[in-house]
Design a protein around this ligand. Sequence first.
Ligand code: FRU
Length: 467
Amino acid sequence: MYSRKYFNKEFDRNKIEEKNNDPFNLSYHISPITGWLNDPNGLCQVDGTYHIYYQADPLNAIRKNIIWGHVTTKDFINYNYHEPFIFADTNLDKDGAYSGSAFLKDNKINFFYTGNVKYPGNYDYINDGRDHNTIKIVSEDGFSYDKKELILSNDDYPRNLTRHVRDPKIYEEDGIYYLFLGARDRNDKGKVIVYESKDLEKFSYHMEITTNYDFGYMWECPDFFEINGNKFLMISPQGLESEEFKYQNIYQSGYFPIDIDLKAKVYRIGEFVELDYGFDFYAPQTFEDEKGRRILIGWMGMPDANYTNPTVKNNWQHALTLPRELKVSDNKLLQKPIKEIENLRNKKIQIVKNENYFYQTFEFISEDIDGEFEIYSRSDAKLSYKDQILSLNLGQCGYGRDKRKIRIEKIDNISIYSDTSSVEIFINDGQYVMTSRVYSEKSLFKSSIIGTLYEMDNIKWEKKLFE
Ligand code: FRU
């Protein structure tokens, strides 16, 4: 159990200072107030305010038990930390308030998440020994709620599934609400199962969606959305074999373009596309904001990876990616940091080829690229393009992260967002992205191609914490 009472008793405000004084504390990304962060959850905008929740353990830099952390912003410049939103404080979720999402209806926010329950004993915790409950919470304001309501439990899920069924996301079409859950079946096949509802109260089993070939043993964090008539099923699959240019991390995140008639339960699933080729990107979630933009935020981290984060010694770990707007071109998703991020631009510098510059929090843009290049965003963080291969090579600053590469026929443009301990690289209008943590106290920027660099301002955090 991880209740509000326990949190209030154990939370040490002095640790906030410790984290803020860490030279690797991020300046324009969301990171946990203290302790651990993983998936973004419950993303939504209500009355102008964006609510960004996330899997959190504010008491430990290496997670012990998970609750929902909470930040808000109206403009992606000024932010507030709030008290955690969902605690693991009932028999339905006592071992973790796991990932979930928000769905707005009739001026209310309907949250659906997974309550994790583990039984003590000698279990494999895959086929036995745990419950994954789908729980609903209704809130008017995103800060409070009355009750946790059990919507579905393992007894309801299809018999051929293991106990791993989680991370609900709602999609509405023609007045029907479809609830998507990620699952692992008893043959170790990853899939998504879909429930339907007319009222967001009673859900009945509708269908499953999977590939007719092997594609990992578990699909986490499903998302389903439409942009300009194109539909996409986004998942974070586990168990894909690494190839030279594909699936280079332990786990992946990406999407299938999908032709689907949900009502008729027929679909044709397209080819999986990875959303990111860096070291630290997982469990992304999207939402539509009041402007009608489809915005994606990912966890800038990777579970079970063999590389590390030196921030742990200052009692925090991981962060969220920049919010990225999704657009579609040729049935492929393009990612681009939302327009508001431009408001963080400060001094503008025209970069001369092969000169040393000493900036660490910056945006660098180069357009009309023709041919090979080398760009350093730290002295040992080199991005190079040669023979149609783009590689990111990290030395010591990678803390175990070494090399990632993508085969790209031609690169036309690139933009790099570097923060105190991260880089996000967008290629060809965001058709390819590489997201990674990097840790070097010394700054260096050097590029073999010209471009424009903007020094970036910090986002601002309200001083009054948890009020
Ligand atoms: C993805 C994930 C989810 C789960 C959550 C637990 O990173 O494993 O499937 O709900 O994290 O924190």
